[in-house]
Design a protein around this ligand. Structure first.
Ligand SMILES: NC(=O)c1ccc[n+]([C@@H]2O[C@H](COP(=O)([O-])OP(=O)(O)OC[C@H]3O[C@@H](n4cnc5c(N)ncnc54)[C@H](OP(=O)(O)O)[C@@H]3O)[C@@H](O)[C@H]2O)c1
Length: 351
């Protein structure tokens, strides 16, 4: 059997949407040509192994790596083990990079739920945004020249969207951008005093939506830099919002009002299975449907770099994410926070 030509790296591979994607990917012919590098949280070693054992075709080669994505040190050590293997030809170059890991992380101990990573950063800023910034920049040198990167966005990044008005921010505050350091320490969103919303759910969702805004801004800034790069100009980035997918680990009881948590965990999975039959790109979707959409995001023909997808439909991200001045400030601040060095990225114009 021929050795796989490419690698596919997936973070959050054992989560609700991650597992949906892996099971859909395994049905495609690409499962035979792509080596699977499945990255899971150290707390989740078993569930993905079971899925792969039962559903991977015999031709699919893979490994499961355990990595804590809330730590910059862990990410650096993970990449520094991976890179030499690609260089030595032991692992094929990465052709698809799916950054699915993420979450709504709040502390049980405070009213606004502010929680921090081991690096002292607001936890959602760290896991949902900054770690992806570092991971992508460090992995570029191990990627195939025509590779694709897929980010998980969310409709919560739109403060102007009326469906977010109850929890994200009042409509008059239609910007989420603040100084990077304020965002990194979790104090940078629209202040509670202005919104009148200060509970763990509202503040937590605002911080969550903010991190997805930052991810979209990062996509536009990085794609411009890639387009000008003499070696990496064929790499494209796609951001995708998956709709509402109930029953995944995203919905934690201590963050959501209990009635909402119950609906999202137990009622929504029943309804979404039916809804998705009639409206595959409707508001409610299943992990399997999102898995198919993610396969499309990775392999779909005609998708240009810096495309924003709602499921499998091309849409646009919020107007604020297109602000190039803010994108530039985010880039500079993120570089400072991760302390990137020349040797750590293959991107020519990274400063
Ligand atoms: N479900 C939705 O309605 C929805 C809507 C919009 C966007 N999204 C996005 O879709 C993605 C997947 O979410 P999901 O709904 O599938 O939730 P999920 O089941 O909780 O999946 C998230 C995955 O990320 C992993 N993860 C979290 N923190 C990590 C860390 N520090 N290190 C390594 N892995 C970590 C989780 O592992 P552990 O469980 O072990 O922590 C889990 O496997 C997220 O980026 C989310 O923001 C989801």
């Amino acid at each position: 059997m021929a050795a796989p030509k490419y690698a596919l790296l997936v973070t959050g591979a054992a989560g609700g949407i991650g597992s949906g994607f892996v099971s859909e990917f395994l049905k495609t012919p690409q499962a035979s040509t792509h080596y699977g590098l499945y990255v899971v949280h150290p707390s989740q070693p078993g569930s993905l192994a079971e899925l792969l054992k039962n559903h991977a075709p015999a031709s699919h080669k893979y490994e499961i790596a355990s990595l804590d994505l809330s730590s910059l040190v862990s990410v650096r050590s993970f990449v520094s083990t991976l890179q030499p293997r690609v260089k030595a030809g032991e692992l094929p170059p990465i052709r698809k990079l799916y950054l699915i890991a993420g979450g709504i992380f709040t502390s049980k101990d405070t009213e606004d739920g502010l929680d921090y990573s081991a690096d002292g950063l607001e936890k959602m800023f760290a896991v949902n945004y900054l770690v992806n910034f570092l991971l992508v920049l460090m992995l570029l040198g191990s990627m195939k020249e025509s590779a694709r990167i897929v980010f998980m966005s969310s409709t919560t990044h739109w403060p102007e969207n009326k469906s977010n008005a109850s929890h994200v921010t009042k409509l008059e505050h239609n910007t989420v951008w603040k100084d990077v350091d304020m965002l990194a320490n979790g104090k940078g969103n629209v202040p509670e005093a202005e919104t009148g919303k200060k509970g763990r759910f509202e503040a937590g969702m605002r911080r969550y939506g903010t991190t997805k805004t930052l991810l979209n801004m990062f996509m536009y800034e990085l794609q411009r830099r890639l387009d000008k790069d003499s070696q990496l100009s064929k790499i494209s980035i796609i951001a995708m919002e998956p709709g509402a997918v109930g029953g995944t680990g995203l919905f934690q009881a201590h963050t959501f009002p209990i009635w909402m948590w119950f609906i999202l965990c137990y009622i929504a999975p029943l309804i979404q299975t039916i809804v998705v039959w009639f409206m595959p790109n409707g508001f409610m979707r299943t992990p399997q449907q999102v898995g198919k959409d993610l396969v499309f995001a990775g392999w779909g023909k005609g998708l240009k770099g810096a495309t924003y997808l709602d499921g499998h439909v091309v849409r646009d991200s919020s107007p604020e994410t297109h602000d190039v001045v803010k994108q530039g400030k985010l880039w500079e601040g993120s570089l400072r926070l991760v302390g990137l060095s020349d040797a750590e990225t293959a991107l020519e114009s990274w400063r």
